[in-house]
Write a protein that binds this ligand. Structure first.
Ligand code: ADP
Ligand code: MG
Length: 360
């Protein structure tokens, strides 16, 4: 299983990835979708160990690999313009990673045959790579990356630039091959249809150009209801103070303008003394992210945006009544847990007071 937590990467002071999180369960194929320049390749390079993130962690099968070199992570990589070694035959190309690992010859040969069968090219081991068609080359590149049994396979736009017919055929084959081999994979693409065709789950990286926007209270209601009031004793999502002029609703929209994440920030003293929590304190409440986009870092962006807003208007403290399941998320964003657990009437769920103080 792959877990990327709150990864931030800046180039020349410009944040390309801002608190991005992503998970892939064992055997799950996750597509990472986003416009050009949204940081997809950068995120893959962080997972692969080719870029050191400024903050955040990467773990694979429970092991923190954030500071391990690429060759010790057990990741496989496939790029768009994947080059096969032209002077080696198909079999030697596929066996390359195994040879690097010091695997014996008989095992190499058996594994090559297994992979050629998997990618639908049985008997191709002695072929020259220069004789392969475009589609066959792609399949050999895939076989080469799968041969060492990577714990996670990372594919960066592997099918981009192919003509439509070949693209669609290979997308179907790729889906079948990843399923058949039980590979945990992250597929980067800017093509929605390809993502849906290949992956079990699609997550979007919304890109630096999607900015946190102010919403009206009414614009927050659908997401609040769907995410926070499903299966709870109360389905009430309109809170007192929502229309107060001092309250702000911060959110994110997707590329079609749909509200995909919301948060509400209301100047209000904390329920008990949390230190510096006077009149200028701000409560964060009713934060909700579209279930399809959970784990992609949208909530983290809203927290950081709202906290910055609260501190800039003079608050010393931002606080929230956090569901216990969300407490770790708040901790990662600099909040402390204060006091004992309590159950709220509207949800029937255990909560804790969490508090973030303005840095001195
Ligand atoms: P995507 O793969 O989604 O198209 P990238 O991850 O390649 O996006 O790039 C995201 C942004 O980061 C782009 O604006 C790109 O110019 C910038 N970028 C990527 N790599 C570097 C680098 N090594 N140095 C400076 N800027 C970079
Ligand atoms: Mg890219």
């Amino acid at each position: 299983m792959l877990a990327v937590r709150d990864v931030t990467v800046a180039f020349d002071g410009h944040r390309v990835l801002d608190h991005v999180s992503l998970t892939a369960e064992a055997g799950e194929v996750v597509a990472l979708l986003g416009p050009s320049g949204s940081g997809k390749s950068t995120l893959l390079r962080v997972i692969a160990g080719l870029i050191d993130p400024d903050a955040g962690t990467v773990s694979i099968d429970g092991q923190d690999v954030t500071h391990l070199p690429t060759h010790r992570r057990g990741v496989g990589l496939v790029f768009q313009d994947e080059q096969l070694f032209p002077h080696r035959d198909v079999g030697a190309n596929i066996a390359f990673g195994l040879r690097m690992q010091g695997v014996d010859r008989a095992t190499q040969t058996a594994r090559v045959d297994e992979l050629l069968a998997l990618v639908g090219l049985p008997g191709f081991a002695r072929r020259a790579v220069t004789e392969l068609s475009g589609g066959e080359s792609k399949r050999v590149a895939l076989a080469r990356s799968l041969a060492p049994r990577p714990r996670v396979l990372l594919l960066d736009e592997p099918l981009t630039g192919l003509d439509r017919e070949l693209h669609d055929r290979l997308a179907g084959e790729l889906a079948d091959i990843l399923r058949a081999s039980g590979t945990t994979a992250v597929l980067v693409t800017h093509d929605r249809e390809e993502a849906a065709a290949v992956a079990d789950r699609v997550v979007t990286l919304d890109g630096a150009d999607s900015v946190v926007v102010e919403l009206t209270a009414a614009e927050t209601h659908d997401l609040r209801r769907a995410v926070l009031r499903t299966g709870t004793p109360s389905d009430e999502v309109v809170l007192p103070g929502d229309d107060d002029p001092a309250t702000v609703h911060l959110g994110l929209r997707d590329d079609r303008g749909r509200v995909v994440a919301t948060s509400t920030w209301r100047p209000r003293p904390a329920p008990h003394d949390v230190g510096g929590g006077g009149a200028a304190a701000v409560q964060l409440r009713m934060m909700a992210t579209d279930p399809a986009l959970q784990g992609t870092g949208l909530g983290g962006r809203l927290v950081e945006a709202g906290v910055a807003w609260a501190f800039s208007r003079g608050a010393d403290v931002v606080w929230a009544n956090a569901r216990d399941t969300a407490v770790d998320f708040y901790r990662r964003h600099g909040f402390d847990v204060v006091g004992a657990s309590f159950v709220t009437e509207s949800t029937g769920l255990p909560h804790h007071l969490v508090v973030r103080h303005r840095p001195r």
